[in-house]
Every structure is written in C-alpha cells, then in structure tokens.
Design a protein around this ligand. Structure first.
Ligand SMILES: Nc1ncnc2c1ncn2[C@@H]1O[C@H](COP(=O)(O)OP(=O)(O)OP(=O)(O)O)[C@@H](O)[C@H]1O
Ligand SMILES: [Mg+2]
Length: 671
C-alpha cells in the first residue's frame, strides 16, 4: 500500500510518493508525464481524462469539463454531459481516480492514503467537497492541506525557524498570495488573498485577442468567429507564451478560412498586452502586505508556485519589489504535490521526514453562529472560533434552551464562516439540529455544543446535555436564510453568551488547617478549577488568618491557578483568626462588571465576627456573591450571615470538601 500527496489543480494535477531513497517524487501518468491536465472529455459514452482530453479540447467539438475547481462546494453548479449532471465534486473525483489508477499502475501497488491540497482561501464547503471527491475516488483522505503550506514544506522551510515568507502562486486559473510565518513547529498563515479568476489562461487569452486583431487587420475577418479556430488558437497561444519564457520572441501562424497569417510576438509586446493582468497580481500582493501592516522588507523569502510563475515578468516584479531573488530548488509545478506527500508520509510514519516536527496550519475563516443580541433586538453572527487559530481547535458554548413537556424538543444552530457580524455578510455551513432534547423541570435545559476545526480545517459539531452526547444532524439551509436573520428576531432559542465570571477562593489558613484539612482544601480547589470553563471565567486565590494575602489575581490560566494552590502553606499569614478576607474581596471584585463570586472557606471561629459580617454585607451590596463553606469548628449561624443567600452557606466535613467545591463549580458554570 502506498501513501501519496495530490495537488488537485485548476488546470493541472500531480500525484507524488516517497521513493525507495526516501525522496518525494512525482509519479508520471500513463503517458509518461508528471503533469495531468485537469480536463475531462465526454465523447459519447466514453470519458477521457488528462492529456488526451486536453488535446481533444483543442478541436473544439467535444463536451469538455475544465476549470471546475472554481465551482467546488457550489451546490448550484452542474456540468451536463452524456445525459448526466455532474457536480464539481464528481468531476474532481474522476481526476483523482485517474491520478490514482495511473500511479497504481506505475508503482505496481495499491494506493491507500492521500493528502490532497486546497487553496488556503477554501472554506468549509470547498474543503469538504475535496474530501468527498477523494473518497469517491477510493482514497482514504488523511487530510486536506493548504497549497502554500505544502509548498513551504517542499522547499524545506520546516527546518528553518522564524521567518516570514510570501508565497506567490500563479497557476492556470487562480492567483493566490499568502504570507506566512514559519516558527519552530508551526507554519502560521498570516494572510491569504487572491483572485480566483486570474491565471495563466488569462495571459493566453490576451495573446489570442492580439493575434486575432492582427489577422483581422490583414484579412478583414475575425478568426474568433469560429469555435474550432478558437480552440486551435488557444493551444497556439499557450505554446507561444511558453516560448516567450525562454526566448525574446516567437512566431505564430494562423490559418482560417483558407487564409494564412504569420505573426511575430516579442517579449515587449507580450509584457505590454498583459500589463493589466500583471498589475492585478502586484496590487493583490501589496494588499496582502498592507492588510497585516507589513512592508516588502519584512519578507524574508519569496516562494514561487504555479506554472505561470515561470514567466520572466513575474521574476522581474519579485526582484524589483523585494530586492531579492525568489527561492529556488523545487519545481514550481511540483512543489505543492511534493509537500503534500511529505505531510502524508509523515502522518503514517511519524518522525520520518519532518523530524518529529508538527506542521500546524491556522484557520483562515472565523467560525460563527447566528445568535440574538442580549436585548433581543436583532440577530448577529457571533464568533465561536476566530480565524488564525491553530488547527485542530475546539470551543464550546452553552445554550439555555426552553423545552416543553409535550412536543419533541429540538435546538437549531446556524453555523457560519466569515468575518462579518451581520448575518447576510457570511457563508452558511448549514443548519445543525439537536433532536429530542429531554424535558427538565422548570422548562429550561442547558445544551452544550462543542465546535471543532479539525486538522483539515473542516468543521465538526457535537452536542451534550448533562454530559451525555446527543445526536446532531446537519440539514440544508432553509430558503429564508439569511434574509430572516436580517429582521427582528422572533424565535425563542437564545445563545447564552456566557457572562464572564470571576471567582476568588478565600481560604482560612489558620493553624487548625494544617495537615489533612489543607490537603483536602487544595484538592477541592483544584476540582473547582476543573469544573470551571476558563474560557469564560477567571479564578483567583486569597488566604487569610491574622493577615490577608492575595496569592493570585484572578487568572484564566489553569497552570497558574494550580501553582498558586500548591504554594499555600499554613501559617504564612499568622496562625490565628484575627482578620477576615472581605475587604480584600471587595477591593478585588467591586469593579468587575460581570458575575463575581467569592468562596470563603472557614474551619474555625473568627475573632471578630461582627466586623466580618459588616465586610461581607459591603460585598453583597456590590453584587459579589459570597458562598461560605464551613467545616470542622466553623460557626454555622455565622456562615449564614456572611453568605449572600441561604443556599450560599454550606456546612460540610473535611471529606466532603471536594464534592462541595465541584458542585459549586457546576452551579456557577451552568447559570
Ligand atoms: N514555461 C512556462 N511559461 C509560462 N507559463 C507556463 C509555463 N509552463 C506552464 N505555464 C502555465 O502555467 C499554468 C498552469 O500552472 P499550474 O499547473 O501550476 O496550475 P494549476 O495548479 O492547475 O492551477 P491552480 O493552482 O490555479 O489550481 C498554465 O497556464 C500554463 O500555461
Ligand atoms: Mg496549483
């Protein structure tokens, strides 16, 4: 079984493997070529793919599918041939199948796993369609990976650290410019932009128009009137363009309707007639830099990818703008496939080629969902996983969902991709429905939804009620989306954007706490931290006995909180109970806007209870929720006085501390 990397290109595709010398190499197709045109010719009932299809395309008489990568994920697109409507996914699957079959023929063994590349700008639907196409072609798709990332891997950049790279990818149909930072073990995309209708083909078209104009001036007829002659010109124009990469000038002859013209095209004319196209790539490159406020001089290296970067005008631009030559050493047609192969091989044979380093990409689009603003006045796109996070990444949200006893209860979530807050400015991934939510007393159920970007940048969603996984199904989008989200909300499901919660644990560390009581209290404190969602809350630590000490200002870092808990020692603030923590709690929390709690743990009688009660009341007055937990020699009626509510005064035992604290964490988190 072989593992491969595949560059599924708009105009050309490549497949590569790791050879017996542990080198990534492109596998030739059955025609002996490394490049297989992404072209499909439908000739009656037979389907011809690749080189021959491209040759037949030149005749202009067949049903030819080409450039369908641009339609990946577009549910409205189909290509009709042989009485069948083909989706872009199905057409791509045919290309992949052809690559796979030819490669199996060459290698003499079956191909199992593959990494397929996609443009960095591809969103959920395009990525998912690429994976689906791979599956349809009989491949086990290990992951999809961004083309510029794959190129960077092929150039060996994984070995170098801390540099900023610009990948200029001009293929046959698309132009992408990506700026990335290579750090010790992460390849981080800083910005990616491009024009997906700008590629080598547009340069060919310029040559065609130029030639047609020359011909018309000479003979008074336009050779572009006729589709066969256009198809023929397409081939000649591309040929001429390639010639001009090597030479300063080339000759092209055109025969049409019995007339024959012969024209010379030199590099200056070529540069002239395509100047606007080149200018477009230049301004997009500039925009990519400007967007993230970088200057040309901030770029350490430039990588050229795509067949069209062979054109001398591209090299001239790069050298002028960046005052350096692009990196060399990898074939521009092959870099993407080779990089994908290295990643594929590495994931099945760890530590092979990447030396144990992880290639981590980042998400290029924020994941969001439609939510209602707190005042119920409008719908907004609320971000769940912001862009530029390393993949895989995960986030969870809690929904307070109204349920009834009778009807089946379901929760609908509309997932989005994009950077706009306004619901009609983003893409919709679909409607995710959690069915059969059980009824709960009081009519409100908390549904926890976990959202994940997997390694391919593909979204997975899971739902839980009371830690139990619930079935969730993806439905296609209702017709009134997004328009209904531009009106005033009427639905009942409201995302609870969890209010931020700050909690201080205030521990009595007088002499009586030494030994097991403190150990249990520490365990309980850690359990409490585990039970809090630190994405939406912070925990701090105060200790007191004769004096008060803030061990940790409220933090969202679990490690820091744990360390602070570990550090507590009995006696560090004296060994009696001459003071209370309430003034400190008041100072630390009074200016917090969101929810604020203090969990006060007491194990004995405090010397100045009245003063403590006054301090506690002052805290209540600014909405600090005091939970008083007592054990050992604590005074129950005193606890009731300092707690904000009756429920907030808890008397337990040393052994009961862990459970008490984790129950409190649960209660706080679920509110
Ligand atoms: N020597 C050359 N000089 C100029 N252009 C060339 C040369 N060789 C190839 N090209 C052009 O490169 C283009 C194909 O590039 P490539 O194979 O990288 O595209 P692709 O990967 O299919 O497209 P995309 O990356 O847009 O999906 C064609 O337009 C081809 O004419
Ligand atoms: Mg390409």
């Amino acid at each position: 079984m072989a593992v491969v990397g595949i560059d599924l290109g708009t105009t050309n595709s490549e497949i590569a493997y790791i050879d017996e010398y542990n080198k990534p190499v492109v596998i030739p197709n059955r025609d002996g070529n490394n490049i297989t045109p992404s072209v499909i010719c439908f000739d009656g009932s037979s389907i011809i793919i690749g080189e021959e299809a491209k040759e037949l395309q030149a005749l202009g008489t067949y049903d030819i599918a080409a450039f369908f990568k641009r339609q990946m994920g577009d549910e409205t697109f189909t290509f009709y041939a042989n009485g069948v409507d083909y989706t872009a996914t199905e057409l791509s699957a045919m290309i992949l199948k052809k690559l796979k079959d030819d490669a199996e023929f060459f290698l003499g063994k079956k191909i199992s796993d593959a990494v397929i590349t996609v443009p960095a700008y591809f969103k959920e639907k395009e990525r998912q369609s690429t994976i689906d196409a791979g599956k349809k072609a009989g491949l086990n798709v290990l992951q999809v990976i961004n083309e510029p990332t794959a190129a960077a891997v092929a150039y060996g950049l994984k070995n170098s650290s801390n540099q900023t790279i610009l990948v200029y990818d001009l293929g046959g149909g698309t132009f992408d410019v990506t700026i990335m930072k290579i750090e010790k073990n992460v390849i981080k995309i800083l910005n990616s932009t491009g024009d997906h209708h700008l590629g080598g083909k547009d340069w060919d078209d310029k040559i065609i128009s130029y030639l047609a104009q020359q011909f018309e001036e000479e003979f008074g007829v336009d050779p572009l009137q006729d589709s066969e002659s256009v198809a023929d010109l397409l081939i000649r124009a591309e040929e001429a363009k390639k010639q001009l990469t090597k030479r300063m000038s080339t000759n092209i002859s055109i025969s049409y309707d019995g007339m024959k013209g012969r024209y010379t095209l030199d590099r200056d004319i070529f540069n002239d007639i395509t100047a606007d196209l080149m200018e477009r790539t230049i301004s997009l490159t500039q925009q990519a830099l400007d967007d993230i406020k970088l200057k040309s001089s901030d770029i350490d290296n430039i990588l050229l990818v795509g067949g069209s970067t062979r054109m001398p005008m591209v090299h001239n631009f790069i050298e002028e703008r960046f005052s350096k030559k692009p990196l060399i050493g990898v074939n521009v047609d092959e870099a993407v496939a080779l990089g994908a192969t290295i990643v594929a091989y590495d994931s099945t044979k760890p530590k092979f080629s990447l030396g144990g380093k992880k290639i981590k990409d980042v998400t290029n689009h924020s994941l969001g969902m439609i939510a209602i603003t707190k005042d119920n006045s409008k719908y907004v796109n609320s971000f769940i996983l912001p862009k530029n996070q390393e993949v895989p990444c995960i986030e969870e949200k809690s929904f307070s969902h109204r349920v009834s006893k009778k009807t089946p209860n379901k929760l609908e979530i509309f997932l989005t991709q994009g950077e706009d807050r306004v619901p009609d400015g983003v893409d919709y991934l679909g409607m995710y429905v959690v069915d059969n939510i059980p009824y709960k007393k009081g009519g409100l159920v908390n549904v926890l939804i976990k959202y994940e970007y997997d390694i391919s940048g593909v979204v997975n969603v899971n739902a839980y009620v009371d830690s139990k996984k619930m079935p969730i199904t993806k439905h296609s989008l209702p017709d009134d989306v997004p328009s209904k989200f531009m009106k005033t909300p009427e639905i009942e499901v409201v995302e609870v954007v969890p209010e931020f919660t700050t909690v201080y644990l205030a521990f009595d560390i007088s002499g009586s706490m030494s030994g097991t009581p403190l150990l249990e209290a520490k365990k309980a404190a850690k359990g409490f931290v585990d039970g809090m969602n630190l994405n939406h809350s912070a925990v701090g630590l105060i200790v007191f006995s004769d004096r008060v000490k803030t061990v940790l200002n409220a933090s969202q870092k679990e490690k820091k909180i744990y360390e602070a808990i570990d550090k507590i020692i009995v006696g560090e603030t004296g060994c009696c109970n001459d003071t209370d923590p309430f003034n400190k709690i008041y100072e630390l929390l009074k200016n917090e806007d969101d929810r604020k709690f203090a969990l006060v743990l007491a194990d004995g009688m405090w010397s100045y209870q009245n003063r403590a009660i006054t301090g506690a009341k002052k805290c209540h007055s600014v909405d600090i929720d005091i939970v008083a937990i007592g054990f050992g020699g604590a005074d129950e009626s005193f606890l009731r006085e300092i707690a904000s509510s009756k429920k907030g005064s808890i008397f337990t035992t040393e052994e009961g501390l862990v459970e008490t604290f984790s129950t409190i964490a649960q209660e706080i988190s679920s509110k």
